[in-house]
Ligand binder design. Structure first.
Ligand code: SF4
Length: 352
């Protein structure tokens, strides 16, 4: 199939994602000139829909390890022998303190991430509600939670406490999911995302690449996300964890990661694409290129069980790429932003 880049640019700039056959043809490109063309179009489409704004996400590993599920990539599963930390849900005070550190570092969307299939008790849910309400009130960041499989009722309770976003990854394509996770189903994952969507929460839902999936399965996942109409797609690149069944899956190159980002921008042109786990280890010196090929967001600070790059280096990267942090959706932030990454027309708190 010959790809008509002029037509693809016109359609994706208008908000229409490329067709599945076009996406599959892109995954088969080998000519360096064609791949560069794909990257350039994806970068231009990102500017078309997102301007020079970038989303900056941060997370708290709010509850770690001892998980009864057995996701093959995850060092927090109790089924594998790993050195991941193990602790119960942190107190609301601890979570708020971490949120304050994150907002001072430049984070504008903050997620509380808990290990486990789901929240296990009323008191856990109450702690998260209290933390969410205080983080929203005391930092002004967009509040997000990633708490495993969630019922619509529990999500609605969190929403009424001030939760604005829900993160829940599908992890991989439907046709590959059973090779990665056997303790819960793909439909279980989809249900949580659907429930969040129905409540009008901002839904952040993506996957992890480099787990033995084919390029066709990477396209399949994007098609599923398109059908679910999620708002944001976190793109994680496997950082193989010792002790997990995926410990030896170092299969991605930096060029593969850039191609995934460009592919997803062209398939999901209007969505937020956030590069999360495994960025430094898989992209190395090429991290600065992620925005040029279509990403409009990045996770700052540490990941769940692995260290991220120094935040100052990431802020340098945004500055060099001419990007500014997206202003918050609601109340002012108490901390000043570096002038160089502050959006035009906003004050020292990043508020328009
Ligand atoms: S990804 Fe979540 S559900 Fe799966 S093993 Fe890790 S903590 Fe448990």
């Amino acid at each position: 199939m010959t790809l008509d880049w002029t037509d693809i640019q016109r359609r994706t700039s208008a908000g229409e994602g490329v067709t599945e056959p076009e996406a599959l043809a892109m995954t088969r490109l080998t000519d360096p000139g064609e791949i560069q063309k794909m990257f350039a179009v994806a970068g231009e489409v990102r500017v078309e829909h997102k301007g020079n704004f970038v989303n900056t996400c941060g997370i708290s590993n709010a509850k770690s390890g001892r998980c009864a599920e057995a996701c093959s990539f995850c060092s927090q599963s109790a089924h594998f022998s790993t050195d991941a930390p193990k602790y119960q849900l942190k107190s609301a005070d601890m979570l708020v303190a971490e949120a304050k550190e994150a907002v001072a570092a430049g984070v504008r969307e903050f997620s509380l991430v808990a290990s486990g299939r789901a929240m296990t008790s009323r008191s856990e849910l109450d702690t998260v509600k209290s933390a969410v309400a205080r983080i929203r009130e005391e930092t002004g960041m967009q509040t997000c939670a990633s708490l495993g499989l969630m019922s619509k009722d529990a999500l609605a309770e969190l929403q009424s406490a001030g939760l604005q976003a829900v993160h829940h990854n599908l992890e991989t394509a439907r046709s590959h999911h059973a090779n990665i996770v056997q303790t819960h189903s793909y439909d279980d994952e989809v249900e949580t995302v659907r429930a969040a969507r129905e409540l009008g929460l901002y839904t952040c839902c993506g996957g992890i690449f480099g787990m033995g999936e084919s390029w066709a399965q990477r396209v399949e996942l994007a098609m599923e996300l398109r059908d679910l109409d999620v708002d944001s797609v976190p793109l994680n690149f496997l950082n193989p964890r010792p002790g997990t069944p995926m410990a030896d899956n170092a299969e991605l190159t930096a060029a593969d990661c850039l191609k995934v980002i460009a592919l997803y921008r062209l398939m999901l042109p209007t969505k937020d694409l956030i590069v999360c786990g495994g960025r430094a280890v898989n992209l190395g010196e090429r991290q600065d290129e992620i925005f040029r090929v279509g990403a409009n967001g990045v996770m700052l600070g540490n990941y769940l069980t692995t260290a991220g790059r120094e935040v100052e280096l990431d802020l340098d990267m945004l500055e060099k790429e001419g990007l500014v942090i997206r202003p918050p959706p609601h109340k002012p932030h108490p901390q000043s932003l570096r002038p160089s990454v502050r959006a035009e027309g906003t004050d020292a708190n990043g508020v328009a």
